[in-house]
Design a protein around this ligand. Structure first.
Ligand code: AKG
Ligand code: FE2
Length: 283
């Protein structure tokens, strides 16, 4: 027996088990005990739960979660293979998913990226959600620029390392954005995903789907201030040269608890390179 039809009773039972906090393994064990084959049981769980989530969304609940990249830490290892370089895990959090690593770029690579970006900096703009165009925004007092994907060797190296660590193809990412904050400059808390309810998001989403994760790499160490803050969970990541903070969001909704910002630089300056990962190929 490879496929069994899902009766309304079975569907309701699967949903109630999931709502009661029973994980997929427990569900699978119960279904197998009552005669289901593993493949058919998994299929039934998937159908019942995705249908349930879609209905919840229609009823005004949060959007349905989608697959997102993650930094795998098999067997809890703390030194990860980023292809041509090893990086170390400094901190990892489950919900929201936030992982801080050290050594994503060498000091020389950080300096090189800053030198390449510096002549091209302009006041940072944010996306105008009404039109999909860009606008200067008081909440964002940094200066910035975008590299094309793969534009130079350091960008290519950084992109390849991120793709390897996250197991997410290079072409599912935007080009790197470099930001520079002088003393007092900040990026107030925001979400990186695009609000699907805003008309301006339509053309943006056509270019590769939603943003699903962010990697912010610190290109220098400000003397004071300039951490990356996650106000929903009272977390502040220290901006240390060569370190990077990764976080993912499986739906465009605050339920992901990925509100974050760049705290004001108190002394010195701050340079970062931001990589946004998309659901699909970004063209
Ligand atoms: O500068 C930071 O720490 C955060 C940058 C950021 O949130 C972004 O580029 O979207
Ligand atoms: Fe951001």
């Amino acid at each position: 027996m490879t496929s069994q039809s899902i009766t309304p009773e079975l569907r309701a039972w699967i949903v109630s088990q999931a709502q009661a906090g029973h994980g997929p393994e427990a569900l699978l064990t119960s279904m197998r005990a009552s005669g289901w084959e593993e493949d058919a049981a998994l299929q039934a769980m998937e159908t019942a739960l995705s249908g349930f989530l879609a209905e919840q969304h229609k009823a005004g609940g949060p959007p349905v979660p989608i697959a997102v990249p993650d930094i795998a830490q098999p067997a809890g290892v703390n030194v990860l293979d980023a292809g041509d370089r090893e990086v170390r895990v400094v901190m990892a959090m489950r919900n929201p998913r936030v992982v801080v690593v050290s050594g994503l770029l060498s000091d020389d690579e950080c300096d090189e990226l800053v030198a390449l970006a510096a002549p091209r900096m302009a006041r940072s703009e944010t996306v105008d959600v009404a039109t999909g165009g860009n606008e200067v925004n008081a909440a964002r007092t940094s200066r910035g620029m975008f590299f094309e994907r793969g534009e130079n060797e350091v960008a290519r190296k950084l992109e390849a390392r991120i793709a390897k660590l996250l197991d997410w193809p290079v072409d599912h990412g935007e080009g790197l954005q470099v930001l520079h904050y002088g003393p007092g400059a900040e990026y107030r808390p925001h979400h990186d995903y695009f609000d699907p309810a805003q008309p301006g998001s339509v053309p943006i989403l056509k270019r590769g789907g939603q943003r699903v994760a962010t990697v912010v790499t610190y290109l220098n160490t400000p003397l004071a201030g300039g951490g990356t803050t996650f106000p929903d969970v009272a977390l502040e990541v220290a901006p240390l040269k060569g370190h990077a903070v990764f976080f993912s969001y499986d739906r465009p909704h605050p339920i992901t608890r990925t509100l974050h910002g760049g705290a004001p630089v108190v002394e010195g300056e701050k340079w970062v390179a931001t990589k946004w990962l998309r659901e699909r190929v970004f063209k």
